[in-house]
Design a protein around this ligand. Structure first.
Ligand SMILES: NC(=O)C1=CN([C@@H]2O[C@H](COP(=O)(O)OP(=O)(O)OC[C@H]3O[C@@H](n4cnc5c(N)ncnc54)[C@H](OP(=O)(O)O)[C@@H]3O)[C@@H](O)[C@H]2O)C=CC1
Ligand SMILES: CC(=O)N[C@@H](CCC(=O)OP(=O)(O)O)C(=O)O
Length: 344
């Protein structure tokens, strides 16, 4: 059994980790932290987990207790993993960080976008970007995995087949993305209130969102050159889900795009290339560690449209984190995350 710690267990991604790990035959959650709910039983707060974590109680984060685990997941706001990572790694504990702390390879760029100095630049060389479909080999035996953000997962998976083959014009890429409200986390904020977000839709972060440098870093790696990307996120009235509508210019009309996408992801257990003409819906991935996508070339023009959907809390966060753990520990990649179940 792998001894697991979770820092930030009361948040949306933290409890999603609990839901998924309850179905994982090799995982045992030993420590789960919350500063505000310390002393409270997990199943009293989340009755959907009764029968799975009856003996587990939230505790305040403590490096010594966490350092006794084999792996610690950080489901916390940015900056928290920076402050604890070195001590845990020294104790021999592996880290899977769901926050953005180790996603950008450049500490100065991180500081620019996150408005504070990078708290652990010395650890960046050992941080492995945890998108299995592009970085699986580096994830094996990794000690520090940076789980990609939700938008970056949906966008990169939708575009890498075109960029890796040099088919898309790298200077003109548009990612028009919609997110469910759980993407903003469980903390109280006016924009997430039902009366504000429940029956409305709006764009945000248009001049520049924190996921822009992360997406650009991934796309540039796939393309092998600088990428010109416009990324516009929107908040939509649903609880879970990311819908990415991606536009790229592919001048070569002779390419069989459907075959290209099917071949690229043929061996991937967590990507589903849907039949030609499909329009994937976010509800088709709700609770599942799956990215479903479809590729279109409207009016046979040179503008290609890729539709890519994920559940932001699963393939966009906690499910991908468990997939990363499975890879890093040499287990079956979809152990515990093959079936969507026990949704609250
Ligand atoms: N929601 C989503 O769809 C996605 C989120 N992410 C990222 O995952 C991380 C977690 O997100 P989410 O679950 O939505 O966040 P929430 O706001 O829902 O939860 C945050 C959790 O972290 C704990 N926490 C907050 N501050 C600290 C601190 N200083 N030290 C220790 N624990 C702290 C909170 O508990 P307490 O305050 O009681 O300690 C809480 O359990 C974030 O970095 C987010 O950007 C990534 C992909 C998708
Ligand atoms: C709807 C909504 O607010 N979504 C969040 C994305 C959540 C996430 O993945 O953020 P990190 O990269 O910081 O982990 C946002 O736009 O900031």
């Amino acid at each position: 059994m792998i001894k697991i710690g979770i820092v930030g267990g009361t948040g949306y991604t933290g409890v999603e980790l609990l839901r998924l790990l309850a179905q994982h035959p090799e995982a045992h959650v030993e420590v789960i932290t919350s500063r505000s709910e310390a002393g409270q039983r997990v199943v009293d707060m989340y009755p959907n987990l009764r029968g799975h974590y009856d003996a587990l109680t939230f505790s305040v984060p403590d490096a010594k207790t966490l350092g006794a685990c084999d792996v610690v997941f950080f489901a916390t706001p940015h900056g928290v993993a920076h402050s604890l990572a070195a001590e845990l790694l020294d104790a021999g504990t592996r880290i899977i960080d769901l926050s953005a702390d180790f996603r950008l390879q450049d500490a100065q760029e991180w500081a620019r976008w996150y408005g504070q100095p990078h708290g652990a630049p010395d650890l960046l060389p050992q941080a492995v970007y945890g998108l299995p479909e592009v970085n699986r080999e580096a994830m094996r035996d990794a000690r520090l995995i940076a789980v990609p953000g939700c938008y970056p997962t949906a966008v990169q998976l939708g575009l890498v087949p075109l960029l890796e083959q040099g088919l898309a014009d790298p200077g003109q890429i548009i990612a028009d993305c919609k997110s469910g409200v759980s993407g903003a986390g469980r903390g109280a904020n006016v924009g997430s209130l039902f009366c504000e977000a429940g029956e409305s839709m709006k764009a945000y972060g248009v001049p520049g969102h924190r996921h822009l440098p992360e997406i650009r870093q991934g796309l540039q790696r796939a393309a092998g050159e600088v990428v010109g990307l416009t990324f516009v996120p929107h908040l939509t009235p649903m609880v879970r889900g990311i819908h990415a509508t991606l536009y790229a210019r592919v001048a070569d009309r002779s390419v069989d795009l459907q075959a290209l996408f099917e071949q690229r992801y043929a061996a991937e257990p967590c990507v589903d290339v849907m039949p030609a003409g499909s329009t994937p819906e976010t509800r088709s991935v709700r609770g599942a560690n799956m990215c479903r996508m479809a590729v279109h070339r409207p009016q046979d023009g040179d503008l290609v449209v890729v539709l890519s959907v994920i559940d932001n809390l699963v393939k966009g966060a906690s499910g991908q984190a468990v997939q990363g753990m499975n890879i890093a520990f040499g287990m079956e990649e979809t152990l515990g995350i093959a079936h969507p179940a026990l949704l609250p």
